[in-house]
Ligand binder design. Structure first.
Ligand code: PEP
Ligand code: MG
Length: 560
């Protein structure tokens, strides 16, 4: 939960850290968004055609502008700008607005009303669709500004380096930021998986979301933002603030120099691995200082397939990943379809609660052939490969499910493991570990299910924080069971990408860390500066706290 603590230098605001980085500069707030018209006067018949035309031109001007900006950038920023541009040309939205205008609603009011209809629909669907509401409202604001002749809303280009605070940022605003001038971002709303967070990560801008007290800081106030700790110190002592920035830069240099392998300062080996989703992604990841793949999300390789890929096609896809990491450790996860990752070739049916429904390994109950064919494909891809890839099942809840999965793997000469994403598995880790050769903790889902908080809902970011002590305790139980059984316990959720949390995870007994390859060096460098005993003490301190901010604080103190 976001909070405010006082220090000698000024209040320290806390939120959810999403992109590391330390910066000191004055605060800037984005310009005002256009007024959303509410009362819709009746538009005279004679003006309707003209306003409908003006609306169509405004929407296409906004779409063109967003596409131009997409063309000038790459990666997630370009994708976000392209998808936002697509919203401005969405046929259903254009038609709904046009219809309102033609029935007598002035254009700007019609844009606002049609957008709200769609926003409510997206919110009712929930999940990824709900996340698009910010984009849709951003398109609405841009089109209304175009119609009313007011400046395009967004972040003005600052004349000197600054720290941007905002209620929320439209993805199109974040995508256009210049990292040389915007040194940090703090938003009152938004979660760790929001578009703002994803783009800030791409641009390398320190970023904190869920900064509830952001509104208490006026434009022009100097602040120190720490994207690792999730803090914004208001009006800090300038010398101390500059010293913190320099210390951070030294750390960044160490990260740039880190080449692996993963080790604590006193030499305990901890594999640092990459999460990948297909062959091209694996080849890019292999250029980073990682020791293999800790999570190959196979379902993401087949998201666009209308029909089930054949065993041969699947084997070719798996082989690409194995070959990108030739001679290294690769963990392949069987299809984790359903909920936020529906696959077209699997009939998911209507579910009231998809996250708690027939997803992941549970699909095998109704359609065992799907899993059998995937395991055949993995075995085919693994033929004469050294070392052999490991295979793990997502969304396992019981030891019996683990046993059944393991038997199918062993029958094909594959090494079986399961993911620990359901709290029940952490609680019964000993029994589950008796059935398989390894486990890998999926902290994204483990946190979602332990905290009963949808990982896609940004307003629940404080609950879906893997630093929640309840989550740390479930990890501790799993790691203890792994160490008693002498079997590896990895972490492959987003938690493994947080360098400070990575030290805590190692202190809890985790034996490998798998994350986005771009985050690996920061994790490895941080771990190389902490002894196994320091990590153990940090873990003990974090687990003993009652909230995520206290857990971070106590871990930091133990590692200092
Ligand atoms: C997880 O749940 O932490 C995980 C790694 O799986 P996914 O994010 O693909 O659900
Ligand atoms: Mg998961």
């Amino acid at each position: 939960m976001s909070s405010q603590q006082s220090t000698a230098t000024g209040p320290v605001l806390t939120g959810t850290p999403v992109v590391p980085g330390v910066a000191y500069a004055a605060v800037m707030w984005p310009g005002a968004r256009p007024e959303i018209p509410s009362a819709a006067a009746d538009l005279p018949e004679a003006e309707r055609e003209g306003q409908a035309e003006r609306f169509a031109v405004a929407a296409s001007t906004v779409a063109d502008r967003l596409r131009e900006r997409a063309a000038a950038t790459t990666g997630p920023a370009a994708e976000v700008l392209t998808t936002t541009a697509a919203l401005a040309t969405d046929k259903a939205w254009l038609a709904a607005t046009d219809k309102l205008i033609r029935s007598g609603t002035p254009a700007a009011n019609a844009v606002a009303a049609a957008t709200e209809q769609f926003a409510q629909m997206f919110l009712t669907i929930g999940g990824l669709m709900a996340e698009r509401v910010t984009d849709l409202r951003d398109v609405r604001d841009r089109v209304i500004a175009e119609l009313t002749g007011t400046p395009e809303p967004g972040v003005p280009a600052p004349s000197e380096p600054t720290i941007l605070l905002a209620d929320d940022l439209a993805p199109a605003d974040t995508a256009g930021l210049d990292p040389a001038m915007i040194l940090g971002i703090g938003t009152r709303l938004g979660g760790p998986t929001s578009h703002t967070a994803i783009i800030a990560r791409q641009l390398g801008i320190a970023c904190i979301v869920g900064l509830a007290e952001a509104g208490t800081v006026d434009a022009g106030t100097p602040v120190l933002i720490d994207g690792t700790a999730g803090t914004v110190t208001v009006a800090p002592d300038p010398d101390e603030a500059l010293a913190r920035v320099q210390a951070y830069r030294r750390e960044a240099d160490e990260i740039a120099r880190w080449r692996g392998p993963g080790r604590t300062a006193d030499g305990r080996a901890v594999e640092i691995l990459a999460n990948v989703q297909d062959g091209p992604g694996a080849r890019t990841a292999a250029q980073r200082p990682v020791e293999g793949v800790g999570l190959f999300r196979t379902e993401l390789a087949f998201l666009d397939r209308a029909d089930e890929p054949s065993v041969q096609e699947q084997a070719a896809q798996y082989r690409e990943v194995i070959e990108a990491f030739a001679g290294q450790h690769v963990v392949i996860r069987t299809l984790d379809a359903g909920s936020d990752k529906p696959l077209k070739f699997i009939d998911h049916g209507e579910e009231e609660n998809p996250a708690l429904g027939v997803r992941g390994n549970r699909i095998a109950d109704g359609d065992p052939g799907l899993l059998e064919r995937q395991l055949d494909a993995i075995a085919m891809a693994a033929a004469s490969v050294d070392p052999q890839p490991w295979v793990m099942a997502p969304m396992v809840s019981t030891a019996a499910e683990a046993r059944e999965f393991a038997a199918k793997c062993r029958a094909r000469g594959l090494t079986p493991g399961v993911m620990v994403e359901v709290p029940a598995v952490a609680l019964c880790a000993e029994a589950v570990l008796a059935e398989v050769d390894f486990v890998s903790i999926g902290t994204n889902d483990l946190t979602q299910y332990a905290m009963a908080a949808d990982r896609m809902r940004s307003e629940l970011a404080a609950l879906t924080d893997p630093w929640q002590p309840a989550v740390l305790r479930l990890i501790a139980m799993t790691a203890a069971a792994g160490s008693a059984a002498g079997k590896p316990v990895g972490v492959c959720g987003e938690a493994a990408a947080d360098p400070l949390l990575a030290c805590v995870l190692v202190g809890l007994g985790v034996t490998s860390l798998s994350c986005a390859a771009g985050a690996a060096a920061a994790v490895g460098a941080r771990l190389s500066g902490a002894s196994a005993e320091q990590c153990r003490r940090a873990a003990e301190a974090a687990v003993a706290t009652a909230d995520p901010a206290a857990a971070r604080e106590s871990a930091l103190a133990a590692l200092r």
